[in-house]
Design a protein. Sequence first.
Length: 122
Amino acid sequence: MIGVFVALAGGLGAGARFMLDGFLSTRIRQSVPTATLIINLLGSGLLGVLTGWIAAGGPADAKAILGVGFCGGFTTFSTASVELVRLVCNGRRRTALGLAGVTLAACLGAGLLGITLGGMLA
């Protein structure tokens, strides 16, 4: 039964990503994929909060349902990878490298901050 909940949460996460990406893309006009970066930052922070909460005594099933399901559907590593490849193919190697570095560092930082905050919830 938990698999059904993971699938439902994954669908909700993907739907939330789709809606937020559309919202951000119409308001942020930049030559780099900023909406994807913002979505991955939010997802990393949310997964961090969830991880910290579960580690501090939160319900273990939330890891699969919310972590794997919702956060897995919400975040978008594959889209970020394709967008980086597009930048490289368009001759913007430095921009792609910079965006990759910012994405990695910022998402790790968001995850760490989330773990710290999540640990305070339980």
